[in-house]
Write a protein that binds this ligand. Sequence first.
Ligand SMILES: [Zn+2]
Length: 153
Amino acid sequence: MIGVKEAVATGGCQCGKVRYALYVPPERCHVCHCRMCQRATGGLFAALAGAPKHTFAWTEGEPAVFASSNLATRGFCRDCGTPLSFSYNRPDAHFYVTIGSLDDPSAAPIERQFGIESKIPWVQFRDDTPSEATGASPQAAAFFVGMQNNQRT
Ligand SMILES: [Zn+2]
């Protein structure tokens, strides 16, 4: 863990069988309104806090994982169902935990909104936060062009 032994942020699932630690302050905190994040969390959007993959560790138990597409994996507690993590499969991608599963969600203020094309109209959520549609930038469009979506609907 990059020479740092103390966890900066910790969290876990509702039943407590899966616990994790971030060894850096949460980075790139954001919400995503896309349909995949809505379905995966059962919520109106996913709220995610990131860390470089080598600065994150599961500390108790381990999550079940669902490959929601060929590009990304989502972790959840197999016992209580709490959505816990999201990460693109690329080694340089950040590892994200659900902000609601952090022990102190207030320590992960969001910086940006994504998936704005699917934002539920009556959700008024930090609308002053910079926003973008999925695949809106040329880099994002190039990344998503090969995505095979494993979500049923
Ligand atoms: Zn659990």
